[in-house]
Design a protein around this ligand. Structure first.
Ligand SMILES: CC(C)(COP(=O)(O)OP(=O)(O)OC[C@H]1O[C@@H](n2cnc3c(N)ncnc32)[C@H](O)[C@@H]1OP(=O)(O)O)[C@@H](O)C(=O)NCCC(=O)NCCS
Length: 169
């Protein structure tokens, strides 16, 4: 397979699991949101790099909602897969879950979408392989990812029109 041959989503799918320990806690004793966000970004970056077979940087993270607390002693798992690819960018979806390792009870706590850009030798965006859409689910994910990307780029254009320079809070 050459670097630019199309690839199935299964080729880059990845799950990271980590036991949540006291140093992962916030002031209330639950898992700190920043710990979850970091692991989401890392897992998604692995999926993007596996797909592109190039170093990748995060260019956008969609809003994240925390619906469930994750407790110390639980296993935090992030599963990432590439949903959509443009020319140099990839949308990666991440599913976050918390598992009680003793009982096996597992809760899907939240999901996130991130966009990565592959970098070439010159440190500039470079093209990535296309996705092989080998199932109805892969096609659905691709189409939904394409719609989200269209929305992100429209938002970017709107921001660029209203101001110059990076986004402000
Ligand atoms: C990512 C980066 C290399 C892009 O450079 P750029 O000059 O803006 O490149 P482009 O405008 O050609 O965009 C590259 C791709 O990103 C996409 N993109 C750019 N901004 C985006 C946004 N806000 N949302 C979604 N996609 C975006 C473009 O659509 C393009 O995708 P395509 O080739 O598939 O169509 C540059 O912005 C950068 O280095 N950012 C900092 C990254 C970083 O530090 N991340 C955190 C640590 S990993």
């Amino acid at each position: 397979m050459t670097e630019k041959s199309p690839k199935p989503t299964a080729a880059s799918r990845v799950t990271l699991t980590q036991l949540m320990l006291p140093h992962h806690a916030n002031g209330l004793g639950h898992v700190h949101g920043g710990v979850i966000m970091k692991m989401v970004d890392e897992t998604a970056a692995i999926a993007a790099m596996r797909h592109a077979q190039r170093p990748c940087v995060t260019v956008a993270i969609d809003s994240m909602t925390f619906r469930e607390r994750i407790e110390i002693g639980e296993l935090l798992s992030c599963t990432a897969m590439v949903n959509y690819v443009g020319r140099t960018s990839m949308e990666v979806g991440v599913k976050v879950s918390a598992e009680n390792p003793i009982t096996g009870e597992t809760t899907h706590t939240n999901s996130a979408y991130l966009v990565f850009v592959a970098l070439g030798e010159d440190d500039r965006p470079c093209s990535v392989p296309e996705l092989t859409l080998d199932s109805d689910e892969a096609k659905r994910r691709y189409e939904e990812g394409a719609e989200r990307q269209q929305y992100r780029l429209a938002q970017r254009q709107k921001r660029a029109r209203s101001k110059s320079g990076p986004d402000e809070p």
